[in-house]
Design a protein. Structure first.
Ligand SMILES: N=C(N)NCCC[C@H](NC(=O)CCC(=O)O)C(=O)O
Length: 449
């Protein structure tokens, strides 16, 4: 077994961060529509969390934001002329489409891809499949650039394998790592890959939510497991409870999180909790007593409180199996039942023994908590050494990115600003400079001429 560690790659919030109410089924997105946003503050809140984790000794990476407004997507929909004319026409005839083409949603890198560490895959490489995010138009335009950014960040074919996103149709709706977690006693040993789906596309007997969409299918997860060359006995599938999707749990990472030997989840998260436990224990194999199921009863914290607080959209960070820190958003402190639960959790006998709180309000107002903002990548030492070093957080990169944000970002944005050609120029200038800072090459359409 090679020694390995978990790295977190957070999405850097882009210059067009705004609240457009684009995500039906995501309560915060719908509730905050048309509020003014503060892209500068959003980016800085994210950078603060990244730096804090790096300072704690964890490997912290950064994934660059995408080019927005995305003019090629607008042209594909029939808007034409100069870039300024495209913006102007879209704003006049289809302002919601312009908003979709302007979203900074790639910041939620838990949806960027599914990642399988080398200990789990058939060829001993780390595998990446960008998520097609087909359920929402504004997110369905992410995967190509995501793939380019991942390839520029993990740019070494000996260690990293990059796949294409799955076909962009509902049958293979794929939301990436937000519905995927991994259990293993040590990061470097073969782990259990746990895939959670909202519906089955080719089996009408499987229940579905009725109010809000199930974004992710069983068939998508099965395809990813095949492409990554995972071992069948080490793959577990579980269905999300359709009732919690209807209550606003649009990704499983809003109601469950796992790390190493711990699965922390809400009583109502899964359609069949007993089966989920049994299947994980079968895949875990020997020493069942070393695995912890930490189930939060509805009586202590309701599903509604989970959705409001993002208790489960937390990061479980550990250096040892029995020494885990839970990273939660500030909203957890505002809901007494949640804050009481967290305090009793860390005071108890389980593996989670410390809580850290970060202010991520700008992202939270669009339904993105600490766990949404990060893509987990387990890396051996050799793989870590093969990552593009300019994408790894340290004092120098933190200072450079803060200055870069100060120089290029606005501190207020509302929907009508999205039509401003100046905003497009600001965004492109910023990203052009960023590709040099992070040495990514030409990953954006506007750089390809
Ligand atoms: N749970 C995880 N992993 N990710 C959260 C993603 C939030 C994102 N919100 C948005 O896209 C809102 C954009 C807007 O309304 O302007 C979404 O719903 O896909």
């Amino acid at each position: 077994m090679n020694k390995a560690n978990e790295a977190n790659f957070d999405g850097l919030v882009g210059p067009t961060h705004n609240y457009s109410g684009l995500s039906f089924g995501n309560v915060a997105s719908l509730n905050n529509v048309d509020q003014p946003s503060n892209p500068k503050e959003a980016a800085k809140q994210g950078l603060t969390k990244m730096k804090a984790l790096a300072d704690m000794g964890f490997i912290q990476g950064v994934l660059a934001p995408h080019e927005r407004p995305h003019i090629p997507s607008l042209r594909r929909l029939g808007f034409s002329g100069s870039d300024a004319q495209v913006l102007q026409q879209a704003s006049k005839h289809a302002p919601k489409i312009l908003a979709a083409a302007s979203s900074a949603s790639c910041m939620w890198t838990a949806n960027a891809a599914t990642v399988s560490p080398s200990a789990d895959t058939h060829d001993g490489r780390v595998h990446f499949t960008p998520a097609n995010l087909v359920n929402k138009f504004h997110r369905s335009i992410e995967h190509e650039t995501t793939g380019a950014i991942l390839a520029a960040t993990f740019n070494n074919a000996e260690h990293f394998a990059h796949h294409q996103a799955l076909p962009s149709v509902d049958h293979f709706g794929d939301e990436g790592a937000a519905n995927h977690t991994r259990f293993s006693a040590e990061y470097g040993q073969q782990g259990i890959e746990f895939f959670v789906y909202g519906m089955a596309a080719f089996d009408s007997s499987v229940p579905k939510p009725s109010r809000f969409p199930a974004r992710h299918t069983l068939e998508a997860s099965q395809a990813v497991a095949r492409m990554h060359g995972l071992t069948d006995e080490k793959v577990v599938y579980a269905q999300q409870n359709p009732a919690v999707i209807d209550a606003g749990v649009f990704h499983n990472d809003v109601i469950a999180v796992g790390n190493r030997n711990a699965h922390f989840y809400h009583q109502e998260a899964f359609l069949d909790t007993e089966k989920m436990q049994k299947d994980i224990m079968t895949a875990w194999g020997d020493n069942p007593e070393t695995f912890h199921f930490i189930e939060v009863p509805s009586q202590l914290v309701s599903v509604e409180e989970c959705v409001k607080s993002y208790l489960f959209n937390s990061q479980l960070l550990s250096r040892n199996a029995n020494d885990m820190t839970i990273v939660v958003p500030g909203e957890c402190q505002n809901i007494p039942a949640v804050w009481e639960y967290l305090n009793s959790l860390v005071a108890g006998q389980g593996p989670i023994n410390q809580v850290k709180v970060y202010d991520l309000k700008q992202s939270m107002s669009n339904g993105g908590g600490p766990a949404c903002l990060r893509l987990r990548v387990v890396l051996t030492e050799a793989e870590h050494a093969a990552v593009n070093p300019h994408c790894l957080m340290n004092d120098a990169l933190y200072a450079t990115l803060n200055q870069w944000v100060d120089k290029h970002y606005r501190d207020r944005l509302i929907e009508k600003d999205l039509a401003d050609p100046q905003l497009l120029m600001e965004s492109r200038t910023a990203l052009d400079e960023l590709t040099k800072i992070m040495q990514l090459g030409s990953v954006y359409d506007f750089q390809k001429g």
